[in-house]
Ligand binder design. Structure first.
Ligand code: NQM
Length: 358
């Protein structure tokens, strides 16, 4: 399924091995990793098209289904559950209805989803005229050609720390950053503090070796400050370079996930950016053009924009917290069938010899 601007293989948990090591090894063979082209599997040779959703009925009274997100690395034999994914999330509700885990309503269906990776919740609402998922509609999202049915995703108020380092700003390697987590650990950096404009094309930024070095240093230090430990093999935190808006948005972004530069921006990444912009004194608050009377924040990115409804409240001890976060995505069933994984005997060996994190 396409979920938002990402693409992934959606599985019922019961169809995969329960043991994580066996499941991950199977998923590498299903997706064709490790291989830059993922030529022998379902993966699309980019982190945004090498994703997996594992869905099951939920035992949690607040949820209908559990959704575990797995990022399958492209060039390394690694499967990570250390991040969530708000784009793949967009396909989970429709998938749950297609697979009979949730009964469809006559007009629309709301599916309550427990996001296992972060132990957070989301409710996805989408059209099901006559009790069947209808993927067609008029909603348009930047980064996906054409239009489709809207999947409206609401996140309940956040309970975690919006500022995981405890500070509105930190300084790393001489650069001011704001570390924020509204569903995706993200480091906000003014593009100019890394000697780029923030308006470059993703591929030009990816080719900038000096920039990559600085970003890596900042990310490793930020990971520790954010309580994530050693993040050298993790896909979080993400790094978002910020610049003043070019259009009618609040800010322009270039996001590293964490090595490739995102052609747009992740959903929870955007939710984290939006929350960060609203925090007084943050990196980004000074660059952003925010309408204080509206919850809507338009995050500009390389291929358009993503609108996030975001408002903040505060914790009992006065720290900023997410009051409301909501977003419109679209999703589509592309293929339904049987995958034939590469056989275990021919899987490549020597995992770590294959180069850097992609
Ligand atoms: O931030 C890319 C994506 C994502 C994650 C990434 C996402 C999110 O665009 O919620 O959706 O940051 O790895 O799918």
């Amino acid at each position: 399924m396409r979920g938002g601007t990402s693409k992934g293989a959606y599985f019922l948990a019961e169809d995969l091995p329960a043991e994580p090591a066996l499941r991950d090894e199977l998923l590498l063979r299903v997706m064709g990793s490790p291989d830059a082209r993922q030529i022998d599997g379902l993966g699309g040779a980019h982190p945004l098209a090498s994703k997996v959703a594992v869905v099951s009925p939920s035992a949690d009274p607040h949820a209908d289904v559990d959704y575990l997100f797995l990022q399958v690395a492209v060039e390394r034999p690694e499967v990570s559950d250390r991040q969530n994914c708000g784009n793949i999330l967009a396909g989970v509700g429709p998938f749950a209805v297609e697979r009979g885990l949730v009964a469809a309503g006559e007009e629309e269906t709301a599916v309550r989803i427990r996001m296992v990776n972060s132990d957070d919740y989301a409710t996805a609402t989408f059209p099901t005229p006559g009790g069947r998922v209808d993927y067609t509609g008029a909603a348009e999202i930047s980064g996906v050609p054409g239009t489709a049915a809207p999947v409206v995703i609401e996140f309940p108020p956040g309970t975690g720390a919006l500022l995981p380092t405890g500070n509105v700003r930190d300084e790393i390697d001489g650069v001011a950053v704001t570390c924020v987590d509204n569903g995706m650990p993200t480091v906000l950096i003014a593009a100019t503090s890394l000697k780029v404009t923030g308006y470059e094309l993703p591929r030009d930024l990816e080719e900038d070796v000096a920039l990559a070095d600085r970003l890596r240093t900042i990310r490793l230090a930020a990971g520790r400050l954010m309580g994530l430990g050693d993040v050298s093999d993790a896909t979080v935190p993400k790094l978002t370079l910020l610049a003043a808006p070019r259009g009618d948005g609040a800010v322009t972004t270039r996001t590293f996930i964490p090595v490739r530069c995102h052609p747009s921006i992740g959903v929870l990444g955007a939710a984290s950016v939006a929350a960060g912009l609203r925090i007084e004194g943050s990196v980004g608050a000074e660059l952003a053009r925010i309408d204080a009377d509206s919850d809507r924040i338009r995050i500009e990115h390389p291929t358009g924009f993503l609108d996030i409804e975001s408002s903040l409240g505060s914790t009992p001890d006065g720290l900023p917290s997410a009051r409301r976060t909501a977003v419109v995505r679209t999703a589509r069933k592309i293929f339904d069938g049987t995958v034939f994984p590469r056989s275990a005997e021919t899987a490549p060996l020597s995992p770590r010899s294959l180069g850097g994190q992609r």
